[in-house]
Ligand binder design. Structure first.
Ligand SMILES: [Zn+2]
Ligand SMILES: [Zn+2]
Ligand SMILES: [Zn+2]
Length: 512
């Protein structure tokens, strides 16, 4: 990139924000990747073009989205009480003649900016469930809370990291399997070893059971929550049918792929009091986080689900979670990385949000021999289920397995929560849209706006809306017009991230 272009990128940045962030100073150009001559030419054209300011504004409005959705159309805001048209908008009013919207992609490799917004929203959702805020009553912070990890059982021995110890050194029994492959492995695998998660013998590994387990694991989780509610009721000395009068169990959970191609669940499980018109009554005092952790362990270890075979030649199976089970009462357990300190709600919210965003980027699907064989078995089982004579599709539960090959047979959601654990991602997104509309309106009218005071209104349910938006939109396309615009969008997103990190650092320094 020439000095001229670099200088142009510097000077055409938005005016420096008066908070002292070095990346917004006049001589802090955006970090651009090495540019091809074609990209550099596009960039120069963009910088000198009459549309550059309009484009910069469009970029800012979609939060530096790398692949915005482009729409043509118009809309009107109408007061539902009076029928009055409050405002009208048309993409024809836009300087570029088109309306840009966020792509909303959760993968950082596709859109760094939108994936960060998803990560932030997920964190706020999970955090509100452990600390209150965002319409969740702050009293939830006093309720018993458990951080749990539920794993899959073993379907055959796989190479593992074992915290730096030897993989599978000694066993009782034969040192070779019936296929002539070693049943032991003395290697200390490092974290990057491609063998991690691969079976010691692919022919001994039970791929069919692996896929059947993964297929049903959403139901296994559901069974677990039912079992947990029963145990809580029993501990409180009431029938399970009357539990709601005394307590409710709420959770947020995230599915994460292990290297062996099976998902496991990380969950925050909270015991609330019964729901009252203005929030929650306190949780019953007789059941603390340590007891709840014990009940979670019992429920997870005890859950069983019997499922049919793939076809008449395949046996029914009884499914369970793996023996590796971790349940920790939050605020009472020690941290694994710092045993002098206790596990805090903020930390577990952070862990869970991290797993949630990792899962959104990483479906666990790779081209390793093991994953190829999982996918091949999924297709094969789907074909077998579909080929059964005289069995209607509705009664061949595995026939749809073929649609989930890319997910290695997992058809659940990566992040789910019980209804009253916290607010929803949808509510957070709607709040952001309302905030943007309000900011624009107040800016136009020259009035200041106190967003913090408006949070409750912004997060309110849809039915309380008194304005209705009517519109007609057509999809024009996706993405910026040139590669140079995408490159600049990503560079601006990276700078915005640095700015957020810098602000967070300053906050920490101030509170330290
Ligand atoms: Zn995007
Ligand atoms: Zn090994
Ligand atoms: Zn074998």
């Amino acid at each position: 990139m020439s000095d001229q272009t670099r200088a142009a990128v510097t000077t055409t940045r938005p005016a420096p924000v008066p908070d002292g962030f070095p990346g917004h100073r006049e001589h802090a150009p955006l970090d651009l990747p090495p540019l091809t001559p074609r990209l550099e030419e596009q960039l120069c054209d963009l910088l000198v073009s009459r549309d550059f300011d309009a484009w910069s504004e469009a970029l800012a409005r979609v939060g530096n989205c790398a692949h915005p959705v482009k729409l043509h159309g118009h809309s009107q805001r109408i007061d539902t009480r009076t029928g009055e048209i409050l405002s009208s908008y048309s993409s024809a009013f836009e300087p570029l003649g088109v309306t840009h919207g966020w792509c909303g992609n959760r993968r950082a490799s596709v859109c760094p900016s939108c994936s960060r917004r998803y990560a932030a929203d997920t964190f706020h959702l999970i955090r509100a469930g452990v600390a209150g805020g965002k319409t969740v009553p702050e009293t939830v912070a006093d309720n018993p809370l458990v951080f749990a990890t539920l794993t899959a059982p073993s379907f055959g021995h796989v190479h593992g990291h074992r915290n730096g110890r030897a993989c599978r050194p000694r066993i009782r029994g034969p040192r070779r399997c019936e296929h002539g492959r070693p049943t032991t492995c003395g290697v200390r695998h490092d974290q990057e070893d491609a063998l991690l998660g691969q079976p010691l013998c692919g022919d001994c590994y039970d791929y069919a059971s692996h896929l059947v387990w993964q297929w049903w694991v959403p139901q296994l989780w559901k069974r677990f929550t039912i079992g947990l509610r029963r145990l809580v009721a029993k501990t409180l000395g009431i029938p399970a049918t009357r539990l709601d009068e005394i307590a409710t169990v709420q959770y947020a959970k995230v599915a994460e792929y292990q290297l062996r191609g099976l998902v496991h669940f990380h969950a925050l499980i909270r015991l609330d009091g019964p729901k009252t018109p203005d929030g929650f009554a306190p949780a019953p005092a007789s059941l603390d986080a340590a007891v709840l952790a014990d009940l979670v362990r019992q429920a997870a270890a005890g859950v069983r689900l019997t499922v049919p075979g793939v076809d008449a030649d395949d046996p029914a199976r009884t499914l369970a979670f793996g023996a590796q089970l971790d349940t920790r009462p939050v605020r009472l357990s020690r941290r694994t990385d710092d045993p002098d300190r206790t596990l805090t709600p903020g930390q577990v919210a952070g862990y869970l949000a991290k797993y949630a965003t990792k899962s959104a980027t990483d479906t666990g699907d790779s081209d390793s021999p093991h994953h190829r064989r999982i996918r091949g078995t999924a297709r094969h089982l789907a074909d077998r289920a579909a080929a059964q004579d005289g069995v209607p599709a509705a009664e061949a539960p595995y026939a749809k397995l073929g649609d989930w090959v890319h997910m290695l047979g997992f058809r659940g959601h990566f992040g789910t929560k019980s209804r009253r654990y916290s607010i929803t991602l949808t509510a957070l997104r709607r709040a952001r849209q309302r905030a943007q509309a309000l900011i624009a309106q107040h800016r136009a009218e020259g009035r200041p706006l106190d967003l913090a005071a408006l949070e409750t209104d912004l997060l309110a349910d849809e039915q309380e809306e008194t304005t209705l938006v009517l519109g007609h939109w057509t999809y024009v396309g996706t993405g910026w017009n040139t590669d140079a615009q995408t490159v600049l969008a990503n560079a601006a997103a990276a700078r915005a991230r640095e700015h957020d990190q810098w602000k967070a650092q300053r906050r920490r320094e101030r509170t330290a």
